[in-house]
Structure formats: structure tokens, C-alpha cells
Design a protein around this ligand. Structure first.
Ligand code: FES
Length: 278
């Protein structure tokens, strides 16, 4: 688990952190609690709502009208892969209830996410290089139940790679506006941003780096092929920004779902330009 060991500004490793540093520390905790709380509430609401996630289907159902006959082919990321397209899938059962378990477990076992919510909820650990603010008498790391379940992260990665693949398929479909018309709209752009950010988030994952770097625990190049060593170095560069990709991809997935819901429910119209009409 890669942890940033650099002391925070104003927090030398052998002194009690300054008031300024504590403000930043508390801001980080409040921000995390707020965002995680919102996402859990919104995700649960959307999973149970079982509606407004597939724009072409909503159009067919007469949920909204299209003045020029174009319909953006957008699918909410909370309902992807599209299990509801399977003929045997029962309409009353929200596919999102099943689907959200995969990105949910991937995100919540993410090393960066763990560090963030351990700090937010337990107030610890502050950092490897900073003095402990809250003393822990019975700290056992992640060796006890349920914390050792976090090790399943490397397996949730395999599932999430399938989700990323579907995101790219949906992005191609997002250029389709039905009736032989193809173009670019606001929804297409949001879908593109979300797909790229999700790919960067997964591509910068520590477990992904381990996987593409030859699945070895030794850092010496002799244990890897030249190709694996090169890929490992490239992914390590991405990995330095893993936290940024974590937050930005979290925001983008929420924004994208909210946009699809707004269009599918008829609350707003997708602005777009048609570039090809057959
Ligand atoms: Fe964050 Fe894998 S470590 S997604």
C-alpha cells in the first residue's frame, strides 16, 4: 500500500501539528464525510428508483418529446452494464441494486479511499511521518475482521475492468442520436469525461500496477520482463495522481448519472449538434 510519507507543511514529524495544519486536516475529514455520505444516499436512491436511466427507452415510453426527432443514446453509469436489456431480466428488479455492489466494493476497498475514510471516521492514521494526534491503544492495522476483507480489492479490480470496457462502448453509443443521425451533445461530452476519468482512476490503481507489472512483490527489475518494467514505470507515474483521479471520477460518475436522469425524466433537454445524417 503506497502512502504519501511526506510531512505536511507545518507538521514536522516530531512535533504536535500546528493549528493551521489541523484546520486542513479537519477540512479533509469533513469533505470526505460529506461527499461519501451524499454519494451513498444518492446511489441508494437511484438504485431503488429503477427509472430514468436509459434515455432511448424513456423516449419510447413517451416520457419526453423530441422536437427534431433526435434521441441521445445515453445510459446511466449506475445501470451499466445494461442487464435490463436481457430478455429474462424482470422489470420490477432494479439492475443497479446488483451492479452498484461492484464499483462500490472496488471504491471502498481502494487504498486511497481507505486512508481517506479511516481518517474521516476514526481520525487516524494522520500520516506515516506525522505524530499521532489520537493515541490508539489497541491498533491492529488491517489484520482483524472486517478490515482484512479489504484485501479483496485486487479481485474487485477484475470486475471493474469489465465496467470500464462497457463505459467505452457507451461512449461510442453516445454519438448516436437515432434515425441514422450522429453528433455531439452535452451528454456525449459528460460521458466522455466520465469514461476517461474512470479509466485513469482504474489505470492508476495500485493493484492494477501490480497486475501489469508482472504480479511480483519485488521491485528489482530482474524479476520482471523489460516490457513489464516499462509498463510498471508508466503506471507508477499515473499512480502518483491516484487520489486526484479518485475524487474527479467520483464526481463525474455522479454528474453523469444526474444528467441522464434529468434528460430521461424530461426535466431538461440535451443540447447537441448533428454532424452526420444518413
Ligand atoms: Fe485505489 Fe486500487 S488502489 S482503486
Amino acid at each position: 500500500m503506497a502512502i504519501n510519507t511526506a510531512p505536511r507543511p507545518g507538521a514536522p514529524s516530531d512535533t504536535i501539528p500546528s493549528v493551521k495544519w489541523q484546520s486542513a486536516w479537519n477540512f479533509e475529514r469533513i469533505h470526505a464525510l460529506l461527499i461519501f455520505g451524499l454519494f451513498i444516499l444518492y446511489g441508494t436512491f437511484r438504485a431503488f428508483e429503477n427509472n430514468y436511466y436509459d434515455i432511448p427507452r424513456m423516449f419510447e415510453a413517451g416520457n419526453f418529446l423530441s422536437a427534431d426527432g433526435t434521441v441521445p443514446h445515453l445510459l446511466s453509469p449506475y445501470y451499466s452494464p445494461p442487464l435490463h436489456h436481457l430478455s429474462f431480466w424482470p422489470a420490477f428488479l432494479s439492475p443497479s441494486l446488483l451492479l452498484l455492489a461492484f464499483p462500490g466494493s472496488f471504491r471502498f476497498s481502494c487504498y486511497f479511499c481507505r486512508r481517506t475514510y479511516y481518517r474521516a471516521v476514526f481520525g487516524t492514521p494522520p500520516s506515516c511521518a506525522a505524530k499521532e494526534v489520537m493515541k490508539r491503544s489497541n491498533y491492529t492495522g488491517e489484520r482483524e475482521f472486517p478490515f482484512y476483507l479489504q484485501n479483496l480489492h485486487r479481485y474487485t479490480l477484475y470486475f471493474i475492468m469489465v465496467f470500464v470496457f462497457f463505459h467505452w462502448l457507451h461512449l461510442i453509443e453516445a454519438f448516436n442520436f437515432g434515425g441514422g443521425k450522429y453528433g455531439v451533445g452535452v451528454g456525449t461530452l459528460i460521458c466522455a469525461v466520465d469514461t476517461v476519468l474512470l479509466s485513469l482512476y482504474v489505470g492508476s490503481c495500485h493493484s492494477f500496477r501490480h497486475l501489469v507489472g508482472g504480479i511480483t512483490n519485488k521491485f528489482s527489475a530482474s524479476t520482471r520482463t523489460m516490457f513489464e518494467a516499462k509498463v510498471w514505470k508508466r503506471v507508477s507515474k499515473l499512480n502518483e495522481r491516484h487520489g486526484t483521479f479518485f475524487w474527479t471520477s467520483l464526481y463525474s460518475v455522479g454528474l453523469y448519472d444526474f444528467y441522464v436522469r434529468s434528460v430521461a425524466s424530461g426535466a431538461i433537454r440535451d443540447l447537441h449538434v448533428i454532424l452526420i445524417s444518413r
